[in-house]
Design a protein around this ligand. Structure first.
Ligand code: FPP
Length: 234
């Protein structure tokens, strides 16, 4: 078996609602448990030498959920960082975010920005929270920034993929190597459309709140057994 660790793991953390309902709990209890899973999986990724863990915490489509659920999701970053900031710092984890956080309440924005600031010199795992993030939106915003640069004479109309990718919000992250979606659904749901171009996809029936180190290792092992050809041949 090849031992190569994926440098960038992206996770669509699905199944929080179903996990909670199965236990007779409100959907929000599933999200809270899911936030705790982010902590344990981030620490496990850091220990395994993964460079980046991106988690889809709030999509541009999630605003369509009932207001009380949206409000709860907006409050989760405070819960998460209050509870785990010290541990994240101790583990040398750097927090970043992807998405248009301007739309969130001021408190949510401040909590996220402060986590980024407090961990910016850490050199371990980059834990990237995708919040109010959409893959098409990311590419559309990049196209706007690129067009503006062309109009100002700062960029050429002929552009290579590599140069265009510098306009993306995810420009400082490596391409995704391993994309995991929990809870049985098998779709991308607008997550990291550009960076997932050559990712290996692993779908597990396990709900996100139940996803643990063992599940992570199984996914990494399956990834390591795959033959990545990037359109070429072995
Ligand atoms: C999908 O499950 C999950 C979400 C839309 C939210 C994910 C958010 C977290 C795990 C917590 C985020 C925490 C921080 C710190 C940013 P679902 O609700 O669609 O589940 P279902 O398909 O079973 O209904």
């Amino acid at each position: 078996m090849k031992e190569k660790m994926p440098a960038h793991i992206a996770i669509i953390m699905d199944g929080n609602g179903r996990w909670a309902r199965k236990r007779g709990l409100p959907r929000t209890a599933g999200h809270k448990q899911g936030a705790q899973t982010i902590r344990s999986i981030a620490i496990a990724c850091n220990e395994r030498g993964v460079k980046v863990l991106s988690v889809y915490a709030f999509s541009t489509e999630n605003w369509k959920r009932p207001q009380d659920e949206v409000d709860y999701l907006c409050k989760l970053p405070r819960f998460f960082f209050n509870r785990y900031m010290e541990e994240l710092i101790k583990n040398n984890i750097q927090v970043r975010f992807l998405g248009e956080i301007e739309r969130f309440p001021e408190d949510t924005r401040n909590v996220i920005l402060s986590a980024v600031e407090k961990t910016k010199h850490n050199s371990g795992l980059i834990l990237c929270l995708a919040v109010n993030y959409g893959g098409r939106r990311e590419i559309t915003l990049a196209a706007q920034r690129y067009a503006a640069a062309v109009l100002k004479g700062e960029a050429d109309l002929q552009i290579e993929e590599e140069a265009f990718s510098r306009y993306l919000m995810s420009s400082e992250l490596p391409d995704v190597d391993l994309m995991i979606r929990t809870s049985g659904e098998q779709r991308l749901s607008n997550f990291l459309l550009w960076s997932n171009a050559y990712a290996e996809f692993i779908f597990t029936p396990v709900a996100w709140p139940d996803f643990d180190e063992k599940q992570l290792d199984l996914a990494i092992q399956e990834y390591q057994e795959r033959d990545r050809r990037y359109g070429g041949i072995s």
